[in-house]
Design a protein around this ligand. Sequence first.
Ligand SMILES: [Zn+2]
Ligand SMILES: [Zn+2]
Length: 499
Amino acid sequence: QYVKGNSDMKKLLSNARFYTMISENDYYDSVLIENGNILKMFKTKPELTGIEELDLNSAFVYPGFIDTHTHSFEGGLYNLGTYLGDISTLKDLFAKLSFSQPISNKIFAYGFDENKIKEKRFPTASELDRIFPDKPVFIRRVDGHSSAINTKAAAQIDWQQPLPAPFTGHLNRSWNGRASNWFHRNLDEDSILNAYFTAAEIAIKKGHTTVHTMIGDAHSDPKHFRLIKNNLRRFPLEYILYPQITDCQVAKDLGASRIGGCILADGSFGSHTAALKEPYNDQPESHGTLYRTDEFWEKFILAAHKENLQIAVHCIGDRAIEQILKCYELAQHQYPKDLRHEIIHNELTSDETLDRLKKARISAVMQPMFDRLWAGPGGLYETRLGKERTSRTNRLASIYQRNILLTGGSDWYITEINALKGIDAAVRIHNPAERLTPFQAVKIYTSNAAALSFDEDKIGTLQNGRQADFVCLKEDIFQSNNISNIAITQVIKKGKLLL
Ligand SMILES: [Zn+2]
Ligand SMILES: [Zn+2]
């Protein structure tokens, strides 16, 4: 499956519009590649003799997409499991579950949203027991912040303390974390690798050649990380790995250059657990929850910063963002460094917070699809936050214009891994003031995304010496009114044809 013949030989890719993504309207007609890299780019097709040629059929070509925030393991694993995002009653759920194929003798289902079904609740453990009395069942809510399990699962999971009584099967917060961790950890190595291979295939189909992936969670041992790191070369795309732990020494021992991921400063708007400065609109007594103390974060962030680890933390609400930002500022004040620490999600922000992010050289790793799904009129964000605060969610343009390193991601499995959908959502953010131009939107999935992992000299733009990573489209993103649905014709990684 090489671009005609040996991948080390020179080849000319022609008959296309290659957007460099260095500046707007900068494009070439043909690209000569060798050894998986771009050798030379041409404005008009050169007359070369004895060089193999691949005609790209008038495709529009961009640097291979980079998703800077995924949980690819869950993405791959749940894809092998059962999808519950399209059901409308609990009866549908039970019917679908009964056809579920076990993975390592466990049942996985994902994408469940109790608000979208008639009964407006989770299934109970005893209801699940009726279908699966002998196999552990794990049903994950669409945002990952809660779940339902059956009695068999409850009996096997190591809870470390007695389950709250009466036990219904519905799990929140750390109970949810322990359960998901147990399910993920108790898979054999083949099932784990299989989940990552499945994830890579799905990502490539949507035009990605590099994917940042969170591994394990704050509770887990580093088994997955080692396994994936040792097998990195076998995957058809590049995975950028994040050990989701808070022990710097373990990260160093693993040979990681970063630490964290969706380690939680707070929860989600959906479950009223995102930490807010002002109370929830629909729960005036609640400000959400900071999951850990200032002292914990200060200690962790200063230690990781000192060890030159790039840090990533999940922050949704304005109070959580400020809690983490304060620690980043302190670290940068003590030892100024270019580590591009990440605030993942970075959903609800004020101008003042954004100015501080810029000053502390923090990266914003964001999910434009969150806006598309939840920030519309009468949607989840308006219910939880009211109109004024909803207009201050997902402030892509304000962040981009401040020159904060802004990158795009799907948070897959939370939303589908699909850069074109993310780009489309970014140019159509509900608040018109926060929309990116199509060029800016592509940058957050290419050149900006490359900079997040310090790979800007290798990927993310098309120029001489860069990796030959391309996504070829049937239509031009910069001219399209329907970006989400543009057909992907080819995906090329290091000169190798993957799709
Ligand atoms: Zn995440
Ligand atoms: Zn997260």
